[in-house]
Design a protein around this ligand. Structure first.
Ligand SMILES: Nc1ncnc2c1ncn2[C@@H]1O[C@H](COP(=O)(O)OP(=O)(O)O)[C@@H](O)[C@H]1O
Ligand SMILES: [Mg+2]
Length: 307
């Protein structure tokens, strides 16, 4: 028995000739917001459906909240916003939430109270009585979010939750995810929108071609952010170049240019002094924050075509 929210070992999914997921091995801790990142077709949705027990894995194993994948009793503790949802369009958001409340076997008063609270959270109180056929894509997505949270899940899966939303809607989702984290809910977020992920996630995994190719923690705001320094100088000898390692990892060293990975910008003055003291002429020194987008492009490599 594991205390992780999600634990998988070598989950695979094959559709005929197509290997949708090659090897999904990951651990998501309880209470964390986990971002699952990758280009279209990387296997994110298939992975999520295997975790939910909606798609039968071709191989491998895993647990969700300590129970084997597909366990029925566990499903009640899990919320899910699908990537492509279809709601009956003659119902209203309010009716849909109440109907799902009955499916969840919530007492009527609780179902009503929760439905109203969630309609407020996703900013649909004004439209809640209207049939869904008149809703915009963003309103439907917000309806789906409310549905995903109706059962007060311990673990919630959101598959591209902001794809149909405008900036205000995205802000709403961001706030909602943070509120869930504050309550101790584990959030598994599938996304190809890196800004969203950077703003909300504690940890991320990069998935490419059905495989997790990198997994790491994201720094809390203002701490441990990575910088990339660019240094251009003439007259840098081999010793001076090698000595730059003391300030950070050397990413690139060619001709007059050296690029370094730094933990902070505060190393810049020291680097400048060090280079000048070794007799080199410094022409340029700068440091830029490495965004998740930069990292994504690096991880996905040059072979990645826009999806
Ligand atoms: N039901 C299916 N039948 C056949 N191929 C599928 C099916 N579902 C997904 N795939 C294929 O598996 C790959 C991964 O798809 P998916 O998990 O939807 O990726 P993502 O969510 O990262 O965009 C894609 O090449 C997709 O075409
Ligand atoms: Mg998908």
């Amino acid at each position: 028995m594991t205390n992780a929210a999600i634990e998988t070992r070598s989950l695979r999914k094959r559709y005929g000739e197509k290997l949708a997921v090659e090897d999904l091995s990951l651990t998501v801790r309880r209470g964390e917001v986990f971002g699952f990142l990758g280009p279209n077709g990387a296997g994110k949705t298939t992975s999520l459906k295997m975790l939910l027990g909606l798609v039968e894995p071709t191989g491998g194993a895993g647990t969700l909240l300590g129970a084997p994948l597909g366990d029925r009793a566990t499903r009640a503790k899990v919320g899910f916003l699908p990537e492509h949802f279809r709601f009956p369009e003659w119902t209203s958001a309010r009716e849909l939430l109440r109907f799902h409340g009955r499916l969840l076997e919530l007492p009527d008063t609780i179902a009503r109270e929760r439905a109203e609270r969630l309609l407020g959270t996703v900013d649909l109180l004004d439209a809640a009585h209207r049939p869904l056929r008149g809703y915009s894509k963003g309103m439907l997505q917000r309806t789906g979010l409310a549905l995903a949270l109706l059962g007060e899940p311990e673990l919630v899966f959101l598959d591209e939750p902001t794809s149909g939303l405008d900036p205000l809607g995205r802000r709403l989702v961001r706030d909602l995810i943070r509120a869930e984290r504050d309550k101790g809910t584990t959030v598994f977020l599938n996304s190809h929108l890196l800004g969203e992920v950077e703003a909300t996630c504690d940890r991320v995994a990069f998935v490419k071609g059905g495989r997790v190719v990198r997994e790491r923690a994201l720094a809390a705001e203002g701490e441990g952010v990575e910088f990339e320094a660019v240094l251009r100088a003439s007259g840098l000898d081999a010793d001076a170049r090698a000595g730059l390692e003391r300030f950070g990892r050397v990413l690139h060293d060619e001709g007059d240019e050296v690029r370094l990975s730094l933990a902070s910008e505060s190393a810049l003055p020291e680097i400048a002094r060090w280079v000048v003291e070794r007799g080199a002429s410094l022409r340029h020194l700068s440091a830029d924050h490495v965004s998740l987008e930069d990292e994504f492009l690096e991880v996905m490599g040059a072979d990645h075509r826009p999806g």
